[in-house]
Design a binder for this molecule. Structure first.
Ligand code: CTP
Ligand code: C5P
Length: 394
């Protein structure tokens, strides 16, 4: 038995101080169609302290200040809870962050991306915490926003795929009319000529780097005796169906590996302009999920003997969605079935990337109006900021 000397032991006062020193960070937002830009803000906020509380606004608050969200608050709460850097979620958080809110949850400061968020009447939602010196900024992730994802869905483009396929892209843009009817023009022009007036909302391209992948990764190896679970899929526009599925799959073992299919493979079996998010983007969304231990980037569609042996897979799991045959018509799960290592689980939700797309299309006009309003508000604020800069330099 090892005995600690008095000098090595923390006194009750030291322990108390240590407890007090825990830095508690507050982040809030709408987190609609939660994407890796949101996850990256949450990751950076967690790095600024020890304990991270995320306040998520209710549907009523979002509708009042921004426009109706695509996901319900119950869905958004669950999605944020599953992000691995989140310690606690506060439901129905107020849109304007007050000092009372920070005090109530014992938070030292609030973190937000380096863009501007305003209430319906144009007030900075963080003016109170900024004034009190309890506001810190993290870097907003360029090239991903709900606006952009909605644009990709409505326009049926494939330029976000990691393949050179311009001819097919032209054809799919030609087919837009069939899906979105006459309301496409403003989104179309938005995509072709991104607004220069607001530097935050709008369309730009996300570029993944090895640094970002490392920041999102667990970097853990399975431990001796761990039961290894393998699942594979597109995991496009990571949604509640994926989350509930991964939660169930995670319960089947100790170390969950997700095989992500390439854009070409996903496009072969899902058709149209799927995947909406390219492999790099899908990778970050899956890595941000607390149930995932490791990801195979560009996994083969068929779960082969090589793959199972290499990763020492104990069980392969699939949800209730139909499994498409491999390119040669064979069963992609023949190997795990032969080894009696295949199981299906029921995620309990029938939400898919396609039903999400349908939801968005149904809200298309409200969406366009909401984004136009958001960009116009941001442009005004940006202009005022620029004018102030010029004035101060002079
Ligand atoms: N955020 C970010 N990078 C992005 C999108 C959002 O860092 N690409 C950050 C925001 O700055 C904020 C948090 O994520 O700190 C929550 O954002 P949210 O309230 O959901 O709103 P938006 O910034 O409007 O996100 P989006 O345009 O994607 O709807
Ligand atoms: O469709 P996709 O390839 O993204 O699905 C990945 C995995 O998530 C599959 O195993 C699928 O069956 C599962 N899933 C689910 N419930 C949903 C959506 C997907 O179990 N609502």
């Amino acid at each position: 038995m090892s005995v600690k000397r008095q000098s090595e032991m923390a006194s009750p006062v030291d322990q108390q101080n240590k407890k007090k020193k825990q830095v508690r960070v507050w982040v809030d937002g709408c987190f609609d169609m939660v994407h890796f830009g949101h996850a990256n803000a949450i990751r950076q906020a967690k790095q600024m302290g020890d304990y991270l509380i995320v306040g998520v606004h209710s549907d009523e608050e979002v509708a009042k200040h921004k426009g109706p969200p695509v996901f319900t608050d119950k869905e958004r709460y669950e999605m944020v809870r599953a992000i691995k850097w989140v310690d606690e979620v506060v439901e129905d958080a107020p849109y304007v962050t007050t000092l009372e809110t920070l005090d109530k949850y014992n938070c030292d400061f609030c973190v937000h991306g380096d863009d501007i968020t305003t209430t319906a009447d144009g007030t900075d939602t963080y003016h109170l915490v900024k004034k009190a010196g309890k506001y810190k900024e993290c870097k907003r992730t360029e090239g991903v926003s709900t606006t952009d994802l909605v644009g990709r869905m409505l326009l049926l483009t494939r330029s976000h795929h990691q393949i050179e396929d311009k001819e097919m892209d032209k054809q799919s843009v030609g087919a837009i009319g069939q899906l979105v009817g006459s309301g496409r023009s403003s989104l179309m022009s938005n995509r072709q000529a991104p607004s220069a007036s607001s530097p935050w909302t709008g369309v730009s391209q996300f570029l993944a780097t090895s640094k970002k992948i490392i920041q999102f990764s667990e970097g853990k190896e399975p431990k001796q005796g761990d039961r290894i679970v393998y699942v594979a899929g597109a995991f496009d526009c990571f949604h509640l169906g994926h989350l509930e599925f991964l939660k169930k799959a995670h319960k089947e073992g100790d170390f969950l590996i997700v095989g992500l299919h390439t854009d070409v493979v996903v496009n072969r079996y899902k058709g149209s302009n799927y995947p909406i998010m390219n492999l790099n983007e899908r990778l970050l969304s899956v890595l941000a999920c607390r149930y995932v231990s490791e990801v195979v980037i560009g996994a083969p569609y068929a779960v082969t003997a090589d793959l199972m042996d290499h990763f020492k897979v104990d069980i392969v799991i699939h949800g209730m969605t139909p499994i498409q045959p491999d390119e040669d018509g064979s069963d992609a799960y023949a190997e795990p079935k032969k080894r009696d290592k295949f199981k299906t689980v029921n995620s309990g939700t029938d939400l898919t990337t396609h039903t999400m797309l349908e939801r968005i299309i149904a809200h298309r006009l409200q969406y366009e109006a909401r984004n136009k309003k958001k960009e116009a508000k941001e442009a005004k604020i940006f202009q005022a900021m620029k004018e102030k800069e010029v004035y101060e330099v002079e």
